[in-house]
Design a protein around this ligand. Structure first.
Ligand code: URA
Length: 203
C-alpha cells in the first residue's frame, strides 16, 4: 500500500473476519448493519479491491452483491474468471450513507475513515499474498498507488506490487453504471480488457 501500515492485525483470514466484525477504528460501524469483510478462498491468486460496501452489501454482508457487483460478475464471466476462485474486498469495510426517507444514499468514506480501515486491507494482502491485484476505482487506486494516481491517465498499466505481485487499476463498476452511451461502452470494454489481462497473467 502507498502509505505504510504499522499495526497490521494478526491471524488467519477467518480470525481477521471475526475481529473486523467488532471493529471500532472509525465511527462508521454505528450506522452500518455490519462489517463487510473480504470474501474468497485463502488460496486465491487474484484479489479485487473495490471502494466500500453499498446498501445491498451492507444487508447481505458480502462484497459486490448489488448492481455494481452484477456488472462486475458479468465482466468476470466474459473473460473466463470464476468469482469463486478470487478474493473480493473493499478499501473501506462499512457502508456509509445519508438517510433519505426510507432510502439510504451512499456517501463516500473520507480520508480518516479510509486510513482507519487500511490495516484490514493490509492484513488481507499479507495473508493472501495474491499474484495479481486489481484496484477498482480511484479510492482503491489511491490506497495502493498513492494520492497522485490518476485513473484517467494510468488505468490499465501494470506495476510491480511488493516483491512478487503485479497490480493495475481500472474503472469501478459503479462508475461505469453512472456513465451513458459511448462512454459507458468504452469503459466497460476497458474493464473487460483489464480483467482479461489479469486472467492471462494467472494462466
Ligand atoms: N459494492 C462493493 O462491495 N464495493 C464497491 O466498491 C461497490 C459496490
Amino acid at each position: 500500500l502507498a502509505k505504510p501500515v504499522d499495526d497490521i492485525p494478526a491471524g488467519s483470514l477467518t480470525q481477521l473476519r471475526r475481529d473486523a466484525a467488532a471493529c471500532r477504528r472509525c465511527p462508521l460501524w454505528r450506522d452500518a448493519t455490519r462489517t463487510v469483510f473480504g470474501r474468497g478462498p485463502a488460496r486465491a491468486r487474484l484479489m479485487l479491491i473495490g471502494e466500500q460496501p453499498g446498501a445491498q452489501e451492507d444487508l447481505q454482508g458480502r462484497p459486490f452483491v448489488g448492481p455494481a457487483g452484477r456488472l462486475l460478475r458479468e465482466a468476470l464471466a466474459e473473460v473466463g474468471l470464476d468469482p469463486a476462485d478470487l478474493y473480493m474486498t473493499n478499501t473501506v469495510k462499512h457502508f456509509k450513507y445519508t438517510p433519505r426517507g426510507k432510502a439510504r444514499l451512499h456517501k463516500r468514506a473520507n480520508e480518516a475513515e479510509q486510513a482507519a480501515c487500511r490495516p484490514w486491507l493490509a492484513a488481507e494482502l499479507a495473508r493472501l499474498r495474491p499474484r495479481v491485484v486489481i484496484a477498482l476505482g480511484a479510492m482503491a487506486a489511491g490506497t495502493m498507488f498513492g494520492s497522485g494516481f490518476r485513473l484517467t491517465r494510468e488505468r490499465g498499466q501494470w506495476r510491480p506490487f511488493g516483491p512478487q505481485a503485479e497490480a493495475l487499476a481500472t474503472w469501478h463498476p459503479s462508475a461505469i453504471l453512472r456513465m451513458r452511451g459511448e462512454d459507458r461502452a468504452a469503459a466497460r470494454a476497458d474493464l473487460l480488457g483489464d480483467l482479461a489481462a489479469a486472467a492471462r497473467r494467472l494462466a
